[in-house]
Design a protein around this ligand. Structure first.
Ligand SMILES: Nc1ncnc2c1ncn2[C@@H]1O[C@H](COP(=O)(O)OP(=O)(O)OP(=O)(O)O)[C@@H](O)[C@H]1O
Ligand SMILES: [Mg+2]
Length: 246
């Protein structure tokens, strides 16, 4: 586990965020701060608001009250593209590749908002990181195995040259052996200096690589602590780290 590299200005922040879907109140007074280079995780049961948190950070859901802050700037009224251009990128739930496009085309799409000249060298870097992806560049993404799709989704997100990667349940649907590999890849990306905000139900695994974590319960943050403290927390152990945890 690496030390949190804290700077005075969080990269991304929620200040008193509330969101609604119609009349239904989902996130309730949520405060979060993600600092450059950190690996943090958001835990919580089904329907607790984890995916909604990620969508709100990225501008796909507009909060009813509160502020979403990027590099100290309130971005509530800025579109997703504005945030992506500034280094916020998401690996969505279930990966959402463009299934009829090839692996290479999916990777290139990750870079569509970039206008620097580092795209080719970043592609090479991703081929090094995921040799299996390189072997399948011309294959239609819909025909890849689940593990391969996960690699392409991570590669596509990295092609945006992110400063922070938002990941929604990256181990969902992967075989146990691949879950381990996947967490190692996440750690590797983190070690290259990318901040990671990971939503996970696999609390033990997530906390074993994270610096800090939050626990959401029906839209409220009920725990906010270092990964070490959360792993030892009896309340969390009972809810998420017991037998049958997936
Ligand atoms: N577009 C939407 N319209 C209406 N309700 C929604 C919408 N998106 C999510 N919800 C509801 O908001 C609540 C929180 O959903 P969210 O996807 O954030 O939960 P989650 O913590 O990611 O759950 P899971 O672990 O099952 O992925 C759920 O009750 C869900 O049904
Ligand atoms: Mg979800």
């Amino acid at each position: 586990m690496s030390e949190a590299v804290e700077s005075p200005t969080p990269l991304l922040e929620f200040r008193g965020i509330n969101t609604h879907y119609g009349a239904v109140h989902i996130l309730k007074d949520v405060d979060l701060a993600i600092y450059p280079g950190e690996l943090v995780c958001l835990l919580g049961g089904n329907a607790s608001g984890k995916s909604t948190t990620l969508k709100t950070l990225l501008g796909m859901v507009t909060p009813t009250t509160g502020e979403v802050v990027l590099d100290g700037e309130v971005v509530n009224d800025k579109p997703t593209s504005y945030r992506v251009e500034r280094g916020v990128t998401m690996v969505p739930e279930n990966r959402r590749l463009f299934k009829r496009l090839t692996v290479k085309e999916n990777l290139e799409l990750g870079a569509y908002l970039r206008n620097d000249d580092g795209v080719e060298s970043d592609l090479e870097r991703i081929y090094e990181m995921f040799p299996r992806v390189k072997e399948r560049l011309n294959q239609k993404s819909g025909t890849l195995s689940g593990g391969e799709q996960q690699m392409v989704a991570m590669g596509r997100a990295l092609m945006a040259n992110p400063r922070v990667l938002l990941m929604d349940e990256p181990s969902m649907g992967l075989a146990p052996a691949l879950v381990q590999t996947n967490f190692e890849l996440i750690q590797q990306i983190h070690e290259e200096g990318v901040a990671i905000f990971m939503v996970e139900q696999n609390a033990n695994m997530a906390l074993s690589i994270a610096d800090r974590g939050w626990v959401l319960q029906t839209g409220r943050v009920v725990l906010d602590d270092s990964a070490e403290a959360l792993l030892a927390n009896p309340e969390l152990r009972a809810s998420y780290l017991g037998e049958g945890n997936r």
